[in-house]
Write a protein of this length. Structure first.
Lengths: 430, 152
């Protein structure tokens, strides 16, 4: 290589100093399929290909952050607002607004003046207020947050707010971080946390979670995509908050962070299937398509939450399209053998002995045609019966219906406030 | 907009309690992004008794992008370009080292400090830096002469 003259060196140095990588795309993308990540790696190392393919199944959606040096900060900040929005709890947002304001004492304690930090705090508060309003106005999706984070000033200000909070938090808790740093903590903050567009590293990320996110009660999980052994990305919890609650999930590829959405949280509303026990071939229905609020309707069903065997009792409305009033014509009567539940029932309906096989058409024969629901022939409703209904000891197999079992509205779910495990009692058997 | 709010507050603070040897005003009352700064040469330096007009220019993205500082008054200094721009090269003002929590007051104080203690290893004028390191007497002589000629 030819030696360069001083002038040339100087010119190259100037070019290098002013180099701005040409990164395309929005600061925060809309939700997209994780298959695009798998495609990126389809020709790469087989470990990466295997892991990204598995990832696309466990975490079908992702949100790509622009790789401009702020991606890690932006992913956590966006994840924080989005998680808060998904909970649709305005009280919680009010709590967060108060908490974010109270965190300014950290900034004061490290000597930042109000005139310096107020515009950053204002930006966070402004977006929290917008989130509050979006919940009250019944916003369908988080597009208002995507817009806010793609607006340069707003995005920069929130990220700066999170940076200065992290920096202050570290300076006030030096013993927690100094041992992990390659340089004195103050120097680390001033060269790695405070400057614009410096990428977040592991220590900085941990401090951001500890100082800013932890107090929100959200969990933070990072999925590391690397060439380590294994077929799946390596998850790592960065927060002591329960990962089973509201959780921000990040995908880490060396030098870059994005947001991931696992299968379970695609629909943040608990999945409750009102056709429970009636059929097995239901398709998951969309809560938004229903004309009523599912949760309050469920709560209105007498004894539903008190009953350990709830979901199996008589008061359930058989179809979600029918208003679940107790006066439903679908209340069982002795004539309606066709859909008498073999389950233990409760007053007011006396238990009816059922000898399953003879009374019900065998599953192999064609099911009777479904009539339109409100009007029925006088000899009782005709309905396709789930073969499961005919199983003799259904009382134990029923609660295993996956979507319902996993719902915290199920009293048998450990997160239910009235949690009580299902117990089987011999006298309940028929 | 937050950036104007922040600039106004900083301007007020700087006007009410100016740091030693520094006075600021807007170059044009209707534009908060362009400032005129009068910087007095620090005592004990070759620039003592000189009054330098320094232009401070704030980007609209301030405080997320750094201000630029340039000497409108000619000055003989290793860290100021010896051309019509008079650009001052400060590490803290580089786009990738800038901290949005830095104050303009701190930038100006740092610039004035640089008059007392030039940083020849970070120089933009290699020849002046060389002279500063190897022939301090001659450097001071020229700097004093330029100060007398241009800044008094």
């Amino acid at each position: 290589m030819n030696a360069l003259s001083a002038d040339e060196m100087e010119r190259f140095q100037k070019l290098s100093n002013s180099y701005q990588p040409d990164v395309q795309g929005p600061l925060v993308s809309t939700k997209q399929s994780s298959h695009s990540i798998a495609l990126d790696y389809s020709n790469a190392d087989p470990t990466l290909a295997t892991k990204t393919n598995a990832l696309a199944i466990t975490h079908p959606e992702c949100r790509i952050m622009k790789g401009d040096g702020n991606c890690g900060w932006r992913a956590v900040a966006f994840g924080y607002f989005e998680t808060l929005f998904a909970l649709r709890d305005t009280l919680r947002i009010e709590t967060e607004i108060r908490r974010m304001k109270s965190l300014t004492t950290l900034l004061e304690r490290v000597g930042l003046s109000d005139s310096i930090y107020e515009i950053f705090v204002d930006a966070t508060e402004e977006v929290l207020n917008r989130t509050h309003a979006a919940i009250q106005n019944g916003a369908q999706d988080e597009s208002f947050l995507v817009d806010a984070f793609n607006e340069g000033y707003c995005s920069d200000a929130i990220i700066t707010h999170f940076r200065i909070l992290t920096s202050a938090w570290m300076k006030l808790n030096p013993n927690r971080y100094q041992a992990f740093l390659p340089m004195p903590l103050n120097q680390y903050c001033s060269s790695r946390i405070d400057p614009v567009k410096t990428e977040i590293d592991e220590v900085g990320l941990q401090a951001l979670i500890d100082g800013v996110i932890e107090g929100s009660g959200f969990g933070v999980e990072i999925l590391y995509l690397d060439r380590s052994e294994g077929d799946v990305v390596t998850p790592h919890q960065l927060s002591s908050n329960s990962p089973s609650g509201a959780t921000i999930r990040l995908l880490y590829r060396p030098g870059h962070y994005d947001i991931l959405y696992p299968v379970e949280t695609l629909n943040m509303a608990p999945i409750v299937n009102l056709q429970y026990g009636m059929t097995s071939d239901y398709s998951p229905w969309d809560q938004a398509a229903l004309g009523f609020d599912v949760n309050s309707s469920l709560m209105a069903i007498p004894n539903l939450m008190q009953d350990t065997s709830f979901g199996m009792g008589a008061p359930m409305s058989p179809m979600p399209s029918v208003s679940p009033t107790p006066a439903s014509p679908f209340r069982m009567s002795p004539q309606q053998d066709m859909y008498q539940s073999p389950m233990p029932t409760h007053a007011p309906i006396p238990p009816i002995p059922v000898s399953p096989p003879p009374q019900i058409a065998p599953p192999s024969s064609a099911p009777p045609p479904m009539t339109s629901l409100p009007s029925r022939s006088s000899d009782g409703p005709q309905i396709r019966l789930n073969p499961l209904v005919m199983k003799p000891n259904l009382s134990r197999s029923l609660p295993a219906t996956t979507p319902f079992k996993n719902s915290p509205y199920n009293q048998a779910h450990f997160q239910n406030s009235d949690f009580e495990p299902i117990h089987w009692e011999p006298h309940e058997r028929r | 907009m937050g950036s104007i709010k922040r600039i106004s507050k900083e301007l007020t603070e700087l006007t009410e309690s100016p740091p030693e040897g520094i006075t600021v005003e807007l170059a044009d009352e209707s534009n908060v992004y362009e400032w005129n700064v009068i910087m007095e040469g620090p005592e004990g330096s070759a620039y003592y008794n000189g009054k330098f007009l320094v232009k401070l220019s704030l980007p609209t993205e301030y405080p997320f992008k750094p201000p630029t500082v340039s000497f409108a008054t000619k000055i003989y200094h290793p860290n100021v370009t010896n051309d019509e721009k008079g650009s001052m090269c400060l590490g803290m003002l580089r786009a990738d080292e800038w901290k949005p929590s830095s104050k303009i007051a701190a930038v100006l104080q740092f610039a004035r400090q640089l008059l007392s203690e030039p940083m020849p290893d970070d120089a933009v004028e290699g020849r002046i830096a060389e002279q500063y390191k190897n022939d301090r007497g001659r450097y001071e002589e020229v700097a004093r002469e330029w100060t007398r000629k241009h800044a008094c």
